[in-house]
Design a protein around this ligand. Sequence first.
Ligand SMILES: *Cc1c(COP(=O)(O)O)cnc(C)c1O
Length: 397
Amino acid sequence: MEKLAIEGGTPVRDTKLYYGHQYIDDADIQAVVDVLKSDYLTCGPKIGELEEKLCQVTGAKYAVVCSNGTAALHIACLAAGVGPGDEVITTPITFAASANCALYCGAKPVFADINEKTYNIDPKQVAEKITENTKAVVGVSYTGQSIEEEDLLELCHKHGALLIEDGAHVIGTKYKGKPNGSIADMTTLSFHPVKTVTSGEGGAVLTNREDLYQKLLLFRAHGITRDPALMSKEPDGGWYYEQVDLGYNYRMTDMQAALLISQLDKLPLFSARRKEIVAKYNAAFEKLPQIFVQQEIPESDTTRHLYILRIKPETLTTDRRGIFDALAGENIMCNVHYIPTYYFPYYQKLGYEKGLCPKAEKLYAEMLSLPLYYSMTDQDVEDVIHAVNKVIARYAK
Ligand SMILES: *Cc1c(COP(=O)(O)O)cnc(C)c1O
């Protein structure tokens, strides 16, 4: 503390500000309590109601809600037919689940590099990695900015692969005026508390394809069906069901579904506030020659989930670690999203080597995530901007 006090003087804030926080109001609480007083705690009416609402919000024809965003990626890969011997292309700048879902299916994750300005997977890099073994591309709409849907869809379909959008950050975003969720072959969502809307834990897969929808339903629930059309014979009686594939128990509870239905009512508010904060950050940081501001493709009307502060190390006397620690000294508690997936020991043991995606690695070395969430006050936002200016001035060459 003493060292920080000498270097930084009085911190910009006397309470800590974290990079994300959920926002729960009385309507959310009441919605959960109502379920607790009802007949169904799981597999009840809230599940169908939520799936309908997700279709309304995203424009997708079908929605399958499940236990979390990782389960959503897993059943999306299974529905795409991903299996042993197949390859799944994804970005290294993501949460590990975007690649782990390929491993769950016995397939091989293949990493394609990012566009250095938007930070999303670069379709040109995907084109270089795609082969006849590629079953799916998991494109992560990183920070909430849409992937280049049209280019990726065309590329995937030319090679007989499906485009799965990992949309854990993307709810509220539109691509060419259409909500993300209605564009890729499948889009997965996560409702973890740091995401834009939350159910505590939760996820969903969205699709316009009926065949994929039927598979998703099966993989979510043990591979079990009550639909006579999918059975091997006439049902023995009213109790009868069949397990026709190997699925999982990836169900969501009605408490979670009710919470999310209530949260979705606030999505327009959440989205507007996030855009407001991003605009303030961008305006402030565009003035700093030591900072690179993330670029947007014109097609994406983005509800930003993460705000990335990217330093230009050649203009500073310290590195990302120095800036991260100095901001912590000002009580601005940042995070880093993400460590390139193949840096992890598990992936290194599988044979992935550093140097695979140079642009992603450079971004990782230069970035940190600033606080960005709905309930930040204007003063909080000013504090972050003040702290960044103070810290950058201290280390500017
Ligand atoms: C949060 C997240 C996931 C996983 O979602 P969970 O609900 O935590 O399982 C997957 N991909 C990305 C990009 C995420 O941010």
